[in-house]
Ligand binder design. Sequence first.
Ligand code: 16G
Length: 248
Amino acid sequence: MENLGKHVPIPLYFQIKTRLLELIENGQFKPGDQVPSERELTERFSVSRMTARQALTELESQGYLYRIQGKGTFVATPKLEQPLAGLTSFTEDMRRRGLAPGARVLTAQEAPAGKKAAKLLGIAETATIFRLERLRLADGEPMALETSHIPVALCPGLLEADFRDQSLYRILAERCDTRLVKADQSLEAVPATAYDAEMLHVREGTPLLLMERVSRDASDKPVEFVRSLYRGDRYRFTTELIRREESL
Ligand code: 16G
């Protein structure tokens, strides 16, 4: 790596970060490779330990690097690219990438819908919903925390299903002949709470991508309201934009 420009108005930590990023992006550092330590960067670039740390910490929080206590800092596998256009299930998404989908069931219960779910699902607040909270895994690694709400009247008996290795969308189709064909979805960034952080194996405060989705069947009936928290360091959402008319 070349020396830093000490007389340019670009912070030294940022210059180091950019150098490392170039090496990752052009494949000289591959996923799993160890990158130079704080001490090595300090010596190599004649900078303070804090400067070297800041470069590594930013790359870590942006998902390019990960640290193993006592071992060092390594290049992370690239983020999963997920198109926002299609209505797919987690199970389908992971299989398509050649990853093994899995889930840890955190809650599976029947309960009154409550205000928000009732409004979004178009049912009474006192109507019973099936509430399923799952930690979604890809090859055993936590990817998302997902809480689904489904009116029990639309598909009774979900409580008996084993959601550790079964797709909710598949069960809805097979048991209740319910197929989801469209959805409204929002996306926003939120910081990980202590609970999210523990579940998703990230640090508290790490940016997560919160998606809220109401999915409907062919008759336009809302079937599920889902709140999904995706790891911001493992996902990149993509979308195709089409310019429909000029209004300049
Ligand atoms: C996806 C959906 C979620 C759906 C789940 C079903 C997003 C943001 N979320 O994670 O709404 O409930 O898939 O997955 O895309 P499953 O069929 O594998 O249980």
